[in-house]
Design a protein around this ligand. Structure first.
Ligand SMILES: C[S@@+](CC[C@H](N)C(=O)[O-])C[C@H]1O[C@@H](n2cnc3c(N)ncnc32)[C@H](O)[C@@H]1O
Length: 283
């Protein structure tokens, strides 16, 4: 594989992928409202050929495979070996022979022309070092008139699940978050003014960017405040920023995050606001 995305490849293989696989129910609970909006926008049909970009541990790919049925197909591509292995394991367990997954960089993956009717992604397209190359590569693999549907986060300050936690970490230990627009990172496409020209230049047309506000449950299906704190400090970009710190500053961040999330606890569950874009287009 080309090293076009070496930092992200290293991150998703060393930390991101294994963490997501180890805490699958936490991420699936958190992203459930995103999943519902994405499926509604994607409208997979029996017999269709689907590309899932940054398929992760395969939740959306499995749903797509069930929807397209045995006459269709789904290919998941992901930078992380652990994520791809888990997707294949789940496909096997579910008897979904129409679902395959490969470790590949969507920017450089060799995809046949006219190979897909639908390309989708649940929060997997914001980590490209060269997004223009990725969206051009994906476009080149679509049939004429094929559909693109992906979910991405709006700006950091529109997303309580990071803004509340981030403010707490900054106040406790001076954590400085990287700039958002231009990425790569979870908020690289927070500004629709970044996404639209990228898609236009890559040949996509009829680009529609719809905004949604959602309620996101932290800490997993039965999680409480401590599980939410673990999710916030263990599995987001905050963990990366905490890694070089000494124990005292890390402990200060954990305590500050706990205090910041406590007011969002309702009936033992921590529910925070999120804001996302659902982006659709045609090839
Ligand atoms: C936030 S996770 C989302 C995973 C999955 N779509 C889900 O919703 O559970 C982002 C995923 O994108 C993958 N990814 C990042 N850059 C990629 C690239 N250039 N090509 C393919 N996958 C990539 C990561 O390895 C990771 O699995």
């Amino acid at each position: 594989m080309a090293q076009a995305n070496a930092d992200m490849q290293e991150f998703w293989n060393r930390q991101g992928g294994p963490t997501w696989v180890a805490h699958e129910p936490v991420f699936d609970t958190f992203l459930a409202p995103v999943e519902a909006l994405l499926r509604a926008a994607a409208r997979p049909q029996p017999g269709e050929r689907v590309l899932d970009v940054g398929c992760g541990f395969g939740t959306t790919a499995l749903a797509m495979a069930a929807a397209v049925g045995p006459t269709g197909s789904v290919l998941g591509v992901d930078l992380s070996d652990a994520m791809v292995a888990r997707t294949l394991e789940r496909a096997g367990a579910a008897g979904l022979a129409q679902l395959n997954a490969v470790t590949a960089d969507a920017q450089t993956a060799v995809l046949a022309a006219d190979a897909f009717d639908l390309a989708i992604s649940r929060m997997g397209v914001m980590f490209f070092e060269q997004p223009a190359a990725a969206f051009t590569n994906i476009h080149a693999s679509m049939r004429a008139g094929g559909r693109l549907a992906f979910a991405c986060w709006q700006r950091r300050d529109a997303n309580e699940w990071v803004s509340v936690v981030g403010r707490a970490a900054t106040a406790a230990a001076g954590i400085v978050f990287p700039p958002e627009a231009g990425g790569p990172g979870p908020f690289a496409f927070g500004d629709p003014g970044v996404v639209r020209p990228l898609l236009d230049a890559a040949g996509w047309r009829e680009v529609v960017i719809d905004g949604y506000d959602v309620s996101l449950q932290m800490g997993g299906p039965a999680g409480g405040l401590e599980d939410a704190v673990l999710q916030a400090t263990r599995s987001s970009e905050l963990r990366r920023l905490m890694e070089p710190l000494d124990d005292q500053r890390r402990d200060a961040i954990v305590a500050a995050v706990r205090a910041a999330l406590a007011p969002y606890t309702v009936d033992g569950r921590v529910v925070v606001g999120g804001a996302l874009w659902i982006v659709t287009a045609r090839s």
